[in-house]
Design a protein around this ligand. Structure first.
Ligand SMILES: Cc1cc2nc3c(=O)[nH]c(=O)nc-3n(C[C@H](O)[C@H](O)[C@H](O)COP(=O)(O)OP(=O)(O)OC[C@H]3O[C@@H](n4cnc5c(N)ncnc54)[C@H](O)[C@@H]3O)c2cc1C
Length: 327
């Protein structure tokens, strides 16, 4: 083995709530975890101002502040938190090989993947401006809907998640205008029917976003256009929700792990964090297309560390380990 290859008992990829929670549990179980932060230290929550639904913060907390606290908690138990991006893996043998920034090679007994998923946005300059300002653009109705109680909002999207989110918003907001690009929903009939039958949801078909409007600080409306007639009009709104899907950050694992059609990692044994490769576990949004919350990511981070610890214990005890033999 070359001098440049490092041996690690537990490698954690990602520094969101899933990665740091896995680190806290793994470190306290003497697994000496090494955690790579990736290009977004702290993960998705660093892009939001207020987090009001993570238990333990009665007054709420900003996303960046919360993630610094999680990092400190992981470091308190000696997690080795490092800067770096995993560019390549080889999960074909007993030892799991991982490369950092295309150069450093690490051999791991266990790997916990916590690489998250990125929300897709339309890409309009005005959308990105108010997203960065925290001024009324969001990709998560469950996270941010509460801030728009009794107000008028616009949501873009036509799939099951968009319908779910529009319906969620309809229970909080005065009015929800839903922009559907085609003349029909992509969602299942039952989900489409749910929004079609909700009184305070107005659906505009063949309609796309032209511009998110605002006063320089916060969103005040949305200019839309009908893609059949090119007619434009403005909709007053204080919130603009984008529900056009997520992209899991899992490309680097695709040659070894079972992924679904969107790229989410499939749990080999439902209700656990196990993947189809022994010793490789997944937590957080990288495997979750349903809940996508910080608390569920943290919960599955805990599961992944416990599964990894039990896997190593079974292996050390000389048992033949397969995805179903250690629990
Ligand atoms: C704007 C916004 C507001 C939100 N508000 C809330 C809220 O109020 N409450 C709530 O519960 N949830 C909220 N969410 C959802 C929440 O942020 C996510 O569910 C949660 O962050 C998922 O955690 P995770 O650890 O799985 O992944 P993420 O937080 O996405 O972290 C992924 C990590 O993986 C790293 N990474 C990715 N690929 C690699 C690689 N190849 N090598 C190394 N590192 C890699 C990234 O750098 C990052 O650190 C919000 C999301 C957004 C976008």
């Amino acid at each position: 083995m070359s001098d440049t290859i490092e041996k690690v008992k537990c490698l954690i990829i990602g520094s969101g709530p899933a990665g740091y929670t896995a680190a806290i549990y793994a470190a306290r179980a003497n697994m000496n975890p090494v955690l790579y932060q990736g290009s977004q230290p702290g993960g998705q929550l660093t892009t939001t101002n207020e987090v009001e639904n993570f238990p333990g913060y009665p007054e709420g907390i900003t996303g960046p502040e919360m993630m610094i606290q999680l990092q400190k908690q992981a470091e308190r138990f000696n997690t080795d938190v490092r800067d770096g991006w995993i560019t390549k893996v080889d999960f074909s043998g007993d030892v799991h090989k991982v490369w950092v920034n295309d150069t450093k090679e690490i051999h791991c007994d266990t790997v916990i993947i916590s690489t998250g998923a990125s929300a897709k946005y339309l890409g309009l300059e005005s959308e990105q401006k108010y997203l960065k300002l925290g001024g009324g653009v969001s990709a998560c109705a469950v996270c941010d809907g509460f801030f728009y109680r009794n107000q008028e909002v616009v949501i873009v999207g036509a799939g099951d998640s968009a319908c779910e989110e529009a319906h969620y918003l309809s229970k909080l907001c005065k009015k929800v205008t839903m922009l559907v690009r085609r003349d029909e929903f992509r969602a299942s009939k039952i989900m489409a029917a749910r929004v079609q039958n909700t009184e305070n949801i107005e659906i505009l078909y063949n309609t796309e976003t032209d511009e998110v409007l605002g006063d320089g600080q916060v969103v005040t409306g949305v200019r839309v256009f009908n893609n059949q007639t090119n007619e434009k009009h403005e909709i007053p709104a204080t919130g603009f929700f984008v529900a056009i899907g997520h992209k899991p950050n899992t490309d680097v694992f695709k040659d070894y792990l079972d992924l679904d059609a969107t790229g989410y990692i499939i749990n080999a044994v439902p209700g656990t964090s196990k993947t189809n490769v022994e010793g490789v576990f997944v937590s957080g949004d990288a495997a979750d297309h349903v809940y996508r919350q910080a608390i569920t990511a943290a919960g599955t981070g805990c599961m992944a560390a416990l599964d990894a610890e039990r896997y190593l214990a079974a292996k050390d005890a000389g048992f033949e380990v397969s995805t179903s033999t250690y629990n």
